[in-house]
Design a protein around this ligand. Structure first.
Ligand code: ZN
Length: 78
């Protein structure tokens, strides 16, 4: 994962929550189109979040989300 990917991935959870401004969203979207690695990350993160939400039927604890993101980043670095 290069530093550009890392920068975007840091914002992915905000992106998924629709919390980013439009410029940054557009940048992430165009990066995702060019980068299969980030698309894969996004998909696995999104699936995990959906699974958690379905089980808990409530918002995910930000601490849990941070741990998830770290776990995905670590997996990519191996
Ligand atoms: Zn990328």
């Amino acid at each position: 994962m290069n530093s550009e990917c890392r920068t975007y991935f840091e914002r992915i959870s905000e992106f998924l929550d629709g919390e980013l401004d439009r410029d940054l969203c557009a940048k992430i979207e165009s990066h995702l189109q060019d980068c299969p690695e980030c698309r894969e990350c996004l998909e696995s993160l999104r699936r995990t979040i959906e699974l958690c939400r379905r089980m808990a039927e409530e918002e995910i604890d930000p601490g849990v989300l941070a741990r998830l993101k770290r776990a995905v980043l670590e997996a990519l670095n191996h």
